[in-house]
Structure formats: C-alpha cells, structure tokens
Ligand binder design. Structure first.
Ligand code: PLP
Length: 393
C-alpha cells in the first residue's frame, strides 16, 4: 500500500477518535522506529508507555515465537502453566495477593472498581479519585478520570468524588459513610507528570486503614520499571490494597491485571468478573519474558541512572531556555513543562527524528525504554534543544 493510500483508507474506514501525526511506521528495534520511507526515529515515547523494553525485544520475540506454535488461547474455565507462572511472578514483584488478568488499563481499573464495590457493600458507593488523573476510556474508568476534556459528552458518570491531587485535607473532607476506596496514580502521567508526595501517600494509607477504605494504586503507566523501581509504590514504602497494571506488562502485547491483597482476595468468587482473553498462554509468556529481561538485563538501575542523566541534561536546557518552566520526573518518567503550548516543539522534534509526547498542552513527556543509553539520551537532548531553538526563534 502506498503512503497516500494508507492515509485515505484510514480516513474512509477508521473512526476518527485519534489526532494522528503523519508517521507510518513499519519496523521497530530497540529505541528506533523506522517509517515507510526508511527514515529512522529515536523513540522517546515508545508505545505510550507500552514498550519499556524497546521495540521488539529479542527475549519477548523468542517467547512469542515459541508459544504461538504451541497454543495461543484457551478460555479461563481451563488452566495453563503460563498464567500460573505469571501470577506468581507478579506477586513476587508486588505484595502477597492474587491476580485477575484482563487486556488493558481501563479494563484493569474496571476490575478494581467492581472489586471495591463488592468489598464495600454500600447502597451508593463512592470512590475518591484525583483531579488530572487518567484511568481509561470505558465508562467506569472514565467516571474515575478527573479530566473534563475526556468526560465531556458522556454524562452521567456517577460513583466518584474527584478532588485535588496531593492534598490530604481535601481527601479527609471528601470521605463520607458511602466512601469505599481512594484511587490514584502515584505519578500522574496524562495529567502532566505530577508526583505524589511521600507524606501524602503515607497519610492516605493511614486514612484508609482508619476508615476501612481500599487504597488503589493505578500503576498502568508507572509500572514495569518505568520509575526505576519495578513498581512505583516501592519508592514510597506504602503498599496498596489493590493495584492495576497494564501497558508494559506484556512486553508490547496487550494485557492488564488487577492485583489484590491476599486477606481480601476472597471477595471475588466465580461469576463475579471475567474476561475472555485475560491471561492467555501467548500474552502471559510474553509478559514473563518481559519481567525476566527487566531483571536479567539490569534495566532498573539503568532506568535510575539514565533518568538522572536525562534530568541533568534537561536542567542544562532549562538554564538556556526561559520557556522551560519546570522539569519533573522519577526514573524515566519525565515531564518538561513549557510556558507555551508544546505542540510545535513536538512537531519539530518529530521532523528532526525524535518522538516525544505532549500532554496537558504544555508538558512534554519523555519516557524512553528502560535500556536507553547515554548516547541516545545525548541525541534526544540535542534534537530537543535544536527544536526548541527553532520554535522560540
Ligand atoms: N491508567 C493509566 C494511569 C493510564 O496511563 C492509562 C492509559 O494511558 C490507563 C489507565 C488506560 O489504559 P488503556 O489505554 O490500556 O485502557
């Protein structure tokens, strides 16, 4: 198919739900994406947080190749060793508990919401969530999401009380007899890389213990090593009751999961929740390979070191460009807040062969693969500087 044919076919046959950049990609390897004309791009936002191992990691490819010839799918009324192994691996990397498998972040959040309702047993159950949060586009996940631009046009979206982030007073004031849980991202991704403070998270845990509420961490974006720890809650030393995973969990393939603390895991019983594709032999094999690669290839210390290196480089840029208002980040989850809308910077970077993201209009989001090298960080900083220079004239 020719480039122009692809674009017109999209226009004619695909629902118009995304604003797309004209990049038609046909190949990916590590930090590099290659487009239909053979142009190479350095990908500092791989798969919107899906490709934490880079594109087409050899261990994931080998796992998929091996499994695809044996068994791709079996329904969840049977058993498969890969699902058992992956559940064990997730628990080894999180906290004592049990896992429910699904296919995406939104679906994982839906599972958490249903679990919290089943656990809370209230007539009008309410979950407290945060302004600028993002939990997905299905109705329950959207109702939890504290951003008007995504909610607009889809009311009613009941069941949630949305309050300011990082504000413990606001949480205490919001709790009522009908509150069943508090749900948050430890670092808001779509919200513009907003980092929950240590005291806030500790106080949330104490409040949930006192009021018998469930504490739910959405680690869809912060998980699988993104922040330099395998999961972001490890930075805080605070364990949630429920945790949602997705994005990078499958090494590039679609999977989501809800992790539930052991002592409340009895709440879900057969028939209460399900997902046809959840935890299939193929995807769980890929996910096991992803965990293995992250640990064996020491990607967590690399993410920490490269995160620091990137932040240092960005701080130097901030000194040169007054349009950089703030730099925030943990590990390789980094935001650069500008004083103006970042779309043009994003576009210039793309033209110059660097893929980044722009969220909340003004925040450039950089989330390279965990195995990014110094040389690649230097190249990204060089392209970002060049693009900022062009845009600011
Ligand atoms: N939760 C968080 C924190 C996310 O960042 C996202 C997606 O960006 C989601 C949930 C929804 O995930 P999905 O798009 O896989 O449904």
């Amino acid at each position: 198919m020719k480039k122009s044919d692809i674009l017109t076919t999209y226009k004619e046959y695909i629902l118009n739900t995304y604003s797309r950049t004209e990049g038609i990609f046909v190949k990916g390897k590590g930090m590099t994406l290659i487009d239909i004309d053979g142009k190479k791009y350095l990908d500092f936002f791989p798969g919107w947080g899906v490709n934490n191992l880079g594109h087409c990691h050899p261990k994931v490819m080998a796992a998929v190749r091996d499994q695809i010839s044996k068994l791709i799918h079996i329904p969840n009324n049977f058993y498969h060793p890969n699902q058992a192994k992956l559940a064990k691996e997730i628990i080894r990397n999180t906290f004592p508990g049990k896992v429910f498998f699904c296919n995406s972040g939104a679906e994982g959040c839906e599972a958490a919401i249903k679990f919290a309702r089943a656990h809370g047993k209230k007539n009008n159950p309410e979950i407290i969530t945060m302004q600028n949060s993002f939990h997905g586009r299905t109705l329950g996940a959207l109702a939890a999401t504290g951003q008007q631009k995504y909610r607009k046009g889809f009311d009613p979206l009941p069941g949630f009380k949305i309050i300011p982030f990082n504000d413990i007073k606001a949480v205490k004031e919001a709790v009522t007899d009908e509150t069943i849980a508090i749900m948050l991202e430890l670092i808001q991704g779509e919200g513009g890389i907003n980092i929950a403070s240590q005291e806030y998270v500790q106080e949330l845990r104490a409040l949930c213990d006192e009021k018998k509420l469930l504490l739910i961490f959405d680690e869809v974006q912060t998980g699988m090593g993104r922040t330099g720890e395998i999961f972001a809650f490890k930075h805080y030393g605070v364990t949630p009751d429920l945790m949602v995973l997705a994005k990078a969990l499958g090494g590039g393939l679609p999977i989501g999961a809800l992790v539930v603390k052991k002592d409340i895991s009895y709440i879900f019983t057969p028939g209460m929740h399900a997902s046809t594709f959840g935890g299939s032999p193929l995807i769980t094999k890929a996910s096991l390979a992803a965990f293995k690669a992250i640990h064996a290839e020491k990607m967590l210390p690399n993410a920490k070191a490269m995160g620091k290196y990137l932040m240092t480089g960005l701080t130097r840029l901030k000194e040169k460009f007054s349009c950089i208002k703030d730099i925030r980040g943990v590990g390789l989850m980094v935001g650069v807040e500008l004083t103006f809308e970042g779309k043009k910077v994003f576009e210039k970077c793309f033209e110059n062969g660097l893929i980044i993201n722009c969220t909340q209009e003004k925040v450039l989001r950089l989330m390279p693969a965990l195995n990014v090298t110094k040389k690649q960080v230097d190249r990204a900083l060089y392209i970002l500087e060049k693009s900022l220079k062009t845009v600011t004239g």
